[in-house]
Write a protein that binds this ligand. Structure first.
Ligand code: THU
Length: 128
């Protein structure tokens, strides 16, 4: 399954719309129903209007009626082991748990897996 997730993230990375940063990112989510949802970063000439690959993948998952992230793989062409930005950590937390696995990648494979709870400790959530 991890291989499928890696391959999905890597494939969608090439579709990123990143003409400004030239930093292409892909993300693939394994949802609770076993389906994989993918997304890439989509930038805009008005820079703050762009958004991240993880955000795109979450939107695809939610639009398909899923609401639980079991695992997520993130890959950037120019940065091995890229980690989700702060905003995306919070968005992943909305649909995950402290044990959600976040797979960090290089050009060939998943090279490290971290828990969301380690990336976003003491997070704000609805229970707060
Ligand atoms: N980016 C992502 O898509 N995900 C991350 O985890 C880090 C940053 C995007 C946002 C922007 O389009 C580009 O990478 C440079 O920051």
């Amino acid at each position: 399954m991890s291989d499928r997730l890696y391959n999905a993230a890597r494939a969608v990375m090439s579709r990123a719309h990143a003409p400004y940063s030239k930093f292409q990112v892909g993300a693939a989510i394994l949802a609770a129903n076993g389906e994989i949802f993918v997304g890439c970063n989509v930038e805009n000439a008005a820079y703050p209007e762009g958004w991240c690959a993880e955000t795109s993948a979450i939107a695809a998952m939610v639009a398909a009626g899923q609401s639980k992230i079991v695992e997520i793989a993130v890959i950037a062409e120019k940065m091995p082991k890229v980690t989700p930005c702060g905003g995306c950590r919070q968005r992943i937390a909305e649909f995950g748990s402290t044990d959600t696995m976040v797979h960090l990648c290089d050009a060939n494979a998943i090279i490290e897996t971290v828990r969301l709870g380690d990336l976003l400790p003491k997070s704000f959530s609805f229970e707060n």
